[in-house]
Each structure stands twice: as structure tokens, then as C-alpha cells.
Ligand binder design. Structure first.
Ligand SMILES: C[S@@+](CC[C@H](N)C(=O)[O-])C[C@H]1O[C@@H](n2cnc3c(N)ncnc32)[C@H](O)[C@@H]1O
Length: 288
């Protein structure tokens, strides 16, 4: 999927989510939701009394789960299609407030939220070092969170995204795009350092137990040839039509030879070791 020129809102630096969201929910799960709820539950404020923010809520898969668990949930999203799909899911729920906006410039006053989550969003902010937008994101998070409240960042490590040794088997066939995507992710150690330098405490990593894709991806390699799969995975935004065709041919040959099943097994063994994604959580300090 190539980024297209369009008049609708779209905040991602490289992917047109108004296009991607037409098939997103068919290929992906809100993985890590259970672990995030567990983290938010550790707060001194009971979960059902918390006012929560989700940044970059996409099609609303997380937000729709969380609205039943918390007092009120606000969401900021960069794409019109995301807002539209989330409104369909949440209907007119009284405890949901959705807005088009930018997580780098949150339209909320200081110390407004009891918890803040971003799920697979931050790699859309920067294309590499110095990851200046990441700093803006962290400063904004610190500003809108109440003291002693939780921030959770659902992201991926450099190891998980490695096209040869990582956990996504199809990256081997689109390795140049995978390297490009990887450069958009701030390494976890640097993220932790940036949190700590802002005096966030209890900076921790959790590996979500759920898988990111629907089960077809782990069983049938032909899934990665399908247009709806490509539409829902922003990595294809880094590829031209001819590069996609070339990589499809490589994959088809590996399916014919049966070698792709070795790649799938290797990736799933690696995922069992290091997970498919990582949750970095931290607590805003009592006083700065
Ligand atoms: C990979 S999707 C993840 C969607 C959702 N969080 C999920 O995991 O299902 C990335 C989302 O981040 C949103 N996004 C990217 N940059 C943004 C920004 N600066 N402000 C608000 N939303 C942004 C995109 O529009 C897209 O919905």
C-alpha cells in the first residue's frame, strides 16, 4: 500500500491509514490489552474510576474493550477513517470522547489523565535519530498525566523486527522494507533512558502473551500474498508495486519448494522466546 495524496486527515509519516483501515480489523488483534489493563489496575485509583487516554486509537479495537472497564476514555487519532470506524464500534457510549488530533500536541490540560496508552503508534512519528518527535510525545505524555499515573507504550524491539532472525516470517521476503521500518523504531533501551531522564519511575518491559495477527498468518503462507493483508500492514508502504511483485515471486517460489515453512517455524520459535511486541510501562513521578 502506497501513501496516497488525499484530503482526509492522516497523521502517519509514511502510511495512509484511511486506506489501511478498510481491512485492518480482519488481520490484527488488540494484543496486549489484558496486560495493559493489569498495569493500569496497579494504580492507587481503581480501574473503574480512571480517566484514560488512548493516543492513535486506530480502528478502536483497544478503546472499545477499555470503555467497559474504566470511568471514561478519551481518544486522539490522526485518521478520519479510524475515527469513523471507532464511532461505529463505540456508538454513542457516554463515557467515550473521540477526537481527530495529534499526539504531539494534545488538546488537554495538565494532569488530566489517570493513565495513557499508545499501541503500535510511535514508529509513525520519526524516521530515525534523533527521534525528536519521540521527545515531544514523552513531554506531552508527562504534561497530561496526573502524578503517579501510568504510561504504557506498546511497540516492538529491534530484535523482533529483524528480517532474518526476528518474529515476523514474511519480513524475510521484504527485507529492505523491514530494515526501513526498523529504523522508525527507537531501540527499547533508548526509550527507557528517555523515560528515566524525565524522572518516570518503575520503567518496565512486559511481553504480551497474545499474538498480533489472526491465526491464518501463522498457518498459511499464502496470507502474505493477499491484498487485504498487505493493506493492513504498514510495512508495504515502503515498497513500490514492482518491489511487491518481486517479493511475491520470491515467496511463491518458497511456498512451492516448502522452504517457507522453515521460516515460519523459526519465527514462531523466536516469538516464543522474545514475544511479538513489547509493552514498556512507566509511572509519572510524584513531583518533577
Ligand atoms: C499501526 S496503527 C495502530 C492503531 C491502534 N493503536 C491499534 O493498535 O490497533 C497507528 C495509528 O497511529 C495513528 N497516528 C500516527 N501518528 C499519529 C499522530 N501524530 N497523532 C495521532 N495519531 C497518529 C495512525 O493514524 C494510526 O491509527
Amino acid at each position: 500500500m502506497q501513501r496516497s495524496e488525499c484530503s482526509e486527515n492522516n497523521k502517519s509519516s509514511y502510511c495512509d491509514y484511511n486506506e489501511a483501515f478498510t481491512s485492518y480489523d480482519q488481520i490484527r488483534h488488540p494484543h496486549g490489552a489484558k496486560e495493559i489493563l493489569d498495569i493500569f489496575s496497579q494504580s492507587s485509583i481503581p480501574l473503574q474510576e480512571q480517566i484514560v487516554l488512548e493516543g492513535g486509537f486506530g480502528t478502536g479495537a483497544y478503546l472499545d474493550l477499555f470503555r467497559h472497564q474504566v470511568e471514561k476514555i478519551y481518544g486522539i487519532e490522526g485518521s478520519d477513517q479510524g475515527l469513523h470506524q471507532t464511532r461505529l464500534k463505540t456508538q454513542d457510549s457516554k463515557n467515550v470522547n473521540l477526537q481527530i488530533g495529534d499526539i504531539l500536541d494534545l488538546p488537554f490540560e495538565e494532569q488530566f489523565f489517570d493513565a495513557y496508552m499508545v499501541n503500535q503508534v510511535l514508529h509513525h512519528l520519526d524516521s530515525g535519530y534523533p527521534f525528536a518527535h519521540m521527545d515531544t510525545f514523552l513531554d506531552e505524555s508527562q504534561r497530561v498525566l496526573k502524578p503517579q499515573s501510568y504510561l504504557t507504550i506498546n511497540t516492538c524491539s529491534q530484535e523482533q523486527l529483524d528480517p532474518e532472525q526476528g518474529v515476523y516470517w514474511h519480513y524475510k521476503y521484504i527485507s529492505s522494507a523491514a530494515h526501513q521500518l526498523r529504523s522508525h523504531y527507537l531501540p527499547i533501551e533508548d526509550l527507557q533512558e528517555r523515560l528515566e531522564s524525565r524522572n518516570f519511575t518503575d520503567v518496565k518491559q512486559t511481553i504480551p502473551c497474545e499474538k498480533i495477527f489472526h491465526c491464518d498468518y501463522y498457518e498459511n503462507p499464502e496470507v502474505a500474498l493477499r491484498p487485504d493483508f498487505k493493506k493492513g500492514d504498514s510495512i508495504y508502504s515502503f515498497m513500490s508495486e514492482s518491489e511487491i511483485e518481486e517479493s511475491d515471486n520470491l515467496l511463491k517460489a518458497a511456498i512451492d519448494k516448502g522452504t517457507v515453512y522453515d521460516d515460519m517455524k523459526r519465527a514462531s520459535d523466536r516469538a516464543a522466546e522474545i514475544g511479538e511486541t513489547l509493552l514498556v510501562s512507566a509511572i509519572k513521578p510524584k513531583c518533577l
